[in-house]
Design a protein around this ligand. Sequence first.
Ligand SMILES: [Fe+2]
Length: 287
Amino acid sequence: MTPPSASVAPAPPAATAHADPAAAPATSPPGPEPQSAIDREIAALHTAAAHARTAGGPVPAHPGRDFAPYRSTRLRHPVQPLATIEALRDPEAVELAGPVFGGTDVTALDADLTRQHAGEPLGERITVTGRVRDRAGRPVRGQLVEIWQANAAGRYAHRSDRHPAPLDPNFTGVGRCLTDDAGRYTFTTVRPGAYPWRNHHNAWRPAHIHFSLFGTAFTQRLVTQMYFPGDPLFPYDPILASCTDPRARARLVCAYDPELARAEWSLGYRWDIVLDGPAVTWTEEDR
Ligand SMILES: [Fe+2]
């Protein structure tokens, strides 16, 4: 595969239930600021980014480490220079500590989040599929793709999530699969609900699914989020807004695909992931 362009901060693997990092502040008091204050900050930063693009400046493929309207970004990255370790002088040593998995480690059931318990989860059953490609459009085969998400009520199966929405005993919200020879991944799950978080007063996250992709070493891991088309919460979400290029934000939104819908059974969404190049998918780089 073409290695991802950079490493990212650790995000939870799909082996166990995990909350969205953004959901963690749910245990702290809500921020006092109104949405209008956040909106003004986002607008100012987007205007500055647009001016920079118009002036011919570089268009960052990923958000910066700090995006002020997303209040906790300043707590989510190192503030000291990264330490040089022996592995960096000997790249092969990194590979020795890399992920080891294969077709026998990942089963078909791992990709079906609706069949992990005795009963079926509540919610709108959906198929989510797409291709993982490099900048040249070549498929990235055998890539471990992990997802984690809230349930249909907007609640993570995680002790840090205190949102008073019901847990679903039949839904853990984690899954994984390997891309096939065409670079394709496919998951069966339920559409996640929106949930509140305490970035500011009455802040709600648009419905989304977290994605993690491993390269050939843990240092290549990429983490991002997929959103659903037409969500009215898009303009108010500082996390989505931290991607300041509107075209890059649009690439984070999947497309409804009637060809993926199964009659009398489920709806289908398509979302492709590009690991690098001009059409790169936004990832939580450097966090
Ligand atoms: Fe989340």
